[in-house]
Design a protein around this ligand. Structure first.
Ligand code: HEM
Length: 142
């Protein structure tokens, strides 16, 4: 026999709303920006040969500050957690940090790569790191 547990949903407090909203905003710009840009590359190339590069450089002025915002608010998230994390939470957190590094490194090397092949590989690796960081981030809220 299992006991009936009634869970009353509670509102987050004001600072939690600010902290998580900024972290989610950073994720929106970092993740969404890259997906939108990836979806527009073919169309941009149709407009002109150097259009994808120009738009990507303009985009970088939004996406890198978003990456910085994610790290700053991520540190804030950890500071707000207290010290009661389970070992599985710590493990997932560690994997997420690895994915965050892969995401940033992939995006950076993508901008620096000279050959189309290297550009594609770094974009793909960075995108996998980014999406994994997003999913693991959601897991950390539990
Ligand atoms: C590519 C970078 C990152 C992405 C895409 C990302 C994404 C996310 C997402 C989507 C959530 C869930 C938010 C929610 O449902 O309220 C989250 C939560 C979290 N993130 Fe990140 N994150 C990133 C970087 C970081 C960094 C660098 C840190 C730590 C230094 C961090 C620490 C955390 C923590 C501790 C939570 C749980 C917050 C809570 O429940 O209070 N994140 N992240």
């Amino acid at each position: 026999m299992s006991a009936v547990v009634t869970h009353h949903a509670q509102l987050a407090n004001a600072w939690t709303i600010v902290r998580l909203s900024l972290h989610v905003l950073g994720a929106c710009v970092w993740v969404g920006g890259q997906l939108v840009l990836a979806g527009l590359v073919v169309t941009l190339r149709g407009i002109s040969h150097d259009a994808p590069g120009k738009v990507a450089r303009a985009f970088a002025r939004f996406t890198w500050p978003a990456y910085g915002l994610l790290i700053a608010t991520g540190v804030w998230n950890v500071a707000a957690m207290g010290s009661s994390a389970t070992s599985s939470w710590n493990m997932v957190f560690g994997i997420k940090m690895f994915c965050v590094i892969v995401a940033g490194l992939g995006a950076f090397l993508h901008t620096r790569a000279a050959s189309p092949k290297a550009k594609g590989v770094f974009a793909g690796v960075g995108m996998i790191g980014t999406l994994a960081a997003l999913v693991l981030g959601v897991a950390l809220t539990g």
